[in-house]
Structure formats: structure tokens, C-alpha cells
Design a protein around this ligand. Structure first.
Ligand code: URA
Length: 275
């Protein structure tokens, strides 16, 4: 097919696929289905295509020794264990063997966190995108670059914040994670927040706000409002902000992000004055 299609048309087709969210290969090698369907073997219906004679094995191999291996950990046990993880490394290791969220099957790798685990501010986004999935760190794509600029306006950078997502695996085609997916990962996200024990929690975007703060109303109404978050028994202030990816699409709403950033800067000043 590529011989018949000019390069530019092919490029546009690929771009269109990517825009529609078709950006995952389902196999390691490409298959030319057109050629396959025209091959004489494939053209004959399977029932009329007699199996080839297979020579019998020269000698019967001895049965392989039975090896008893431990069954893989059950998702519900890992969730219980996650609630007891003492360190971020433990929690990360548990996520690496957790099979309770289907997104793991399509993502390239776990995207656990970035920034400083000792920071006073923890930001929790939605889910890794294509760049994060490739690099393995949250917020490294265009939205991440805008986030860095936003943080810089109030004197913050990645040495002064800790960043994670409500799901640590990329949803195919960057779709929004479903409540089932965010719910499956919630015990891990909650424990991650408890271990970091920030003074302030910021939810970036509606899925993070809904999952962590349980707020059901729209983010335009709820952003910029401080609410209590129970961080393992300690109540800390939490606020939802507009997601930087949304701000890239709606630059006129950056004014709201600016208001929220100033709120955050003020809260941080108050928190350091009282500690
Ligand atoms: N958007 C998110 O919510 N998280 C990322 O890590 C990247 C983009």
C-alpha cells in the first residue's frame, strides 16, 4: 500500500490516526493484512485447507520436572499491603506487581512520580500522556512545560514540589481514566500522599479532584476553593486547579489558574509561618 500512497498522504493518515487516539501498536511487527488475505493459503477456507502432515517426534521426551512456583500476589492483597507501605520505594514495588488496573496492560511503563518527596506541596494530576509513558516521569510533555512555568510564577520548581497522578499508567489514546481505573489505583495514590505527608495538596483537573476530594460538581465551580483532605489522620488543605492541558486548549482561562496560584503561594507562606 505504501508504494501507492505518496509520503505526504501517509503522514497525514498517521497524524489522523494519532488525533483519533489510535497511537498504539498491538504487535511488535507490522503485518500487511492485504498481502496476507491475498496469499493462496489464506484464500482457501480453513476447512478446505488440509493440515500438513507432521513427522512424529524421533523419541518421546521425558516429562519436564514439575516446578512449583508461588502464585502471583492477588490484587486485593496488594491493595491491603499498599495501605501499609512504609516507603515510596515499597509502594512503587507493589505497583509494579499490581494487576488490578487494566491500563497497565497497554502502557509502556509505570509513571510513579517526580519532584521532591520532602516538599511541602504535592500536586496530583490525571494520568500520564504519551511523553510521560515514554520517559517514565509525570508532566514532561507540553502540559508539564506549562505546569513548570505556572509554578515558576510563584517561585516553585520540581525541587520544591512532589508530583504524581491518580493513575500511574497511560490510558490508551490519552483518554480520561474511568472511575473504575482511578478507584483501583486510589489506595496506592492515597498511601503515596500519606507517605509524602505534604502540607498542601493540589489536584490538577477534574478526575484528580473527583477521585481524591470526592467533589462531584464541575471544576470551574470548585477550583480555587480550599477543602480539608484527611492525610492518614492529619487534616491538610487541598485545592483543585485547572489542568495545564486544559489551559493549553483554553488560554483565556489562565487568569483563573493565576488566581489559584496566588492562593497557593499565600497558603504556603501561612504554612511556613506557623511551622
Ligand atoms: N497530564 C497529567 O495529568 N499527568 C501527566 O503526567 C501528564 C499530563
Amino acid at each position: 500500500m505504501s508504494e501507492e500512497m505518496p509520503r505526504e498522504a501517509l503522514t497525514q493518515l498517521l497524524r489522523w490516526y494519532a488525533d483519533m487516539g489510535v497511537d498504539l501498536a498491538v504487535d511488535d511487527i507490522p503485518h500487511d493484512r492485504f498481502a496476507e488475505s491475498q496469499s493462496p493459503e489464506k484464500a482457501v477456507p480453513p476447512a478446505l485447507n488440509p493440515p500438513r502432515a507432521v513427522a512424529p517426534p524421533a523419541r518421546v521426551a521425558a516429562p519436564a520436572p514439575v516446578r512449583i512456583t508461588a502464585p502471583p500476589p492477588r490484587a486485593e492483597d496488594l491493595v491491603l499491603e499498599a495501605a501499609r507501605a512504609e516507603t515510596l520505594e515499597d509502594l512503587r514495588a507493589q505497583l509494579l506487581v499490581f494487576e488490578g488496573c487494566g491500563l497497565k496492560g497497554t502502557a509502556t511503563q509505570l509513571v510513579f512520580s517526580d519532584g521532591n518527596p520532602e516538599a511541602d506541596v504535592m500536586l496530583v494530576g490525571e494520568a500520564p500522556g504519551a511523553d510521560e509513558d515514554r520517559i517514565g516521569r509525570p508532566f514532561v510533555g507540553r502540559a508539564g512545560q506549562l505546569l513548570d512555568k505556572m509554578l515558576a510564577t510563584i517561585g516553585l520548581d520540581r525541587t520544591k514540589v512532589y508530583i504524581a497522578n491518580v493513575v500511574p499508567w497511560r490510558p490508551p489514546g490519552n483518554r480520561t481514566p474511568t472511575p473504575i481505573e482511578t478507584g483501583a489505583c486510589l489506595p496506592f495514590t492515597r498511601r503515596q500522599i500519606e507517605i509524602v505527608a505534604p502540607k498542601i495538596l493540589i489536584c490538577l483537573g477534574a478526575p484528580s479532584m473527583q477521585t481524591l476530594l470526592g467533589i462531584k460538581e464541575g471544576i470551574m465551580r470548585s477550583r480555587g476553593r480550599w477543602v480539608d483532605y484527611n492525610c492518614g489522620g492529619t487534616i491538610i488543605p487541598a485545592m483543585a486547579m485547572l489542568h495545564p492541558a486544559y489551559l493549553l486548549r483554553q488560554p483565556s482561562h489562565k487568569k483563573f489558574a493565576w488566581q489559584d496560584l496566588r492562593e497557593l503561594a499565600k497558603k504556603l507562606r501561612d504554612a511556613s509561618a506557623t511551622s
